[in-house]
Design a protein around this ligand. Structure first.
Ligand code: HMG
Ligand code: MG
Length: 311
């Protein structure tokens, strides 16, 4: 993936604002505004943009127009455009939309699986089988999400061994990467260490992405330890910190893209994406939603001298 300075950034940023962010908004954002949000994000240099979701429009009316969004966006060469796909019907739509990558989504807790996709974990893996093989046959990459990786909004703490079990099954299906979803946003670095200690032996660090929500303000801390201590090099984030999951009561948005880019760069990492261009994209969406987004960088009113890591 080309970096704006001409070399490949080591840390990949997966911008999920247009999907995870907008699915949580009560207002239905127009197709036009979604397209222009994705286009603005495409110019920021992030690695990948989760631009929509091919789920039941009854489940997520906010994203019912994902087909049209994909038709109308201007794709930036080098940027990967992905979408959620829950079943074969969703795969058909993803294929027609010419997505680069699909994401199937499982959970580590039974209650969340039931509430979110109306089936057990085992049934969901069965359902994903033809979806994953069909996608791969058509040359699409496949991501496997595991939600409730540390906490479930209904069952409370989730044992890492449950995540390991689901992850094995998804890897057996042939998914290319795993996104560990901290759906609730309650985890602190201690929980993330427990989780990563358990799942790390299953695959290479490059196959992981960490997807943290920021309900309790711990998202950036969790990102930093996942990179510094475990070598995780992909993070799912949303511009402005937009978002949440309608099936996870009380959970707020993802780690804010601009805050994560800032934190990693200031720690000495090479990261895809320009944080200030992300702020601009977030402000554009803020104007449309008519409420303030929670990112810290978008509230910085004075640009301080650059902070190089102290040796
Ligand atoms: P179901 O009711 O069990 O299945 O839903 P169904 O097959 O009977 O379908 C119900 C209706 O949806 C039918 O329409 C289908 O045609 C239609 P009706 O006859 O009632 O008018 N339908 C579809 N329409 C368009 N595209 C499709 C599709 N599939 C069915 N692909 C189902 C099961 C999985 C479909 C449903 O529960 C669903 O769509 N759930 C999605 C929920 C969701 O999107 N949640 C948020 C994303 S997950 C998340 O945010 C977590 C994450 O960020 C990571 C983290 O933070 O942890 C990823
Ligand atoms: Mg999420």
């Amino acid at each position: 993936m080309p970096h704006r300075h001409g070399h490949a950034a080591s840390i990949r940023i997966i911008e999920v604002g247009p999907r995870d962010g907008l699915q949580h908004e009560t207002a239905i954002v127009s197709t036009e505004a979604k397209v222009s949000f994705v286009n603005a994000l495409s110019r920021t240099g992030v690695t990948e943009i989760e631009a929509g979701s091919f789920v039941s429009p009854r489940a997520i009316p906010q994203l019912a127009d994902s087909d049209e969004v994909f038709q109308r966006i201007q794709r930036m060469p080098g940027v990967v455009y992905s979408a959620l796909v829950p079943n074969e019907r969703g795969l058909e739509r993803a294929r027609a939309a010419r997505v680069d990558k699909i994401s199937v989504f499982a959970a580590a807790s039974e209650t969340f699986s039931r509430r979110n996709i109306n089936c057990s974990i085992r049934e969901s893996v069965e359902r994903f089988k033809p979806v994953v093989s069909g996608a791969k046959r058509d040359g699409m990459a496949v991501r496997g999400y595991i939600s409730t990786a540390t906490h479930c909004p209904f069952e409370g703490p989730v044992r890492p061994s449950r995540v390991v079990e689901v992850m094995r099954q998804l890897l057996d299906l042939g998914v290319d990467e795993i996104s560990l979803g901290e759906t609730v946003g309650k985890a602190v670095p201690r929980h993330i260490r427990f989780l990563l200690d358990a799942v790390r032996p299953l695959t290479v660090p490059a196959a992981f992405s960490l997807h943290v929500h920021d309900t309790y303000g711990m998202a950036v801390a969790n990102v930093l330890i996942a990179w510094e201590e475990y070598g995780i090099e992909a993070f799912d984030t949303s511009a402005g910190g937009l978002g949440g999951c309608p099936y996870a009561p009380g959970a707020s948005g993802n780690a804010a893209t601009e805050d994560v880019i800032y934190a990693l760069k200031a720690s000495g990492a090479s990261v895809a994406g320009d944080e200030w261009m992300v702020v601009a994209a977030a402000k554009q969406m803020e104007g449309i939603l008519n409420h303030t987004l929670p990112s810290r960088l978008s509230r910085v009113s004075h640009i301080h001298p650059s902070c190089e890591p102290v040796p």
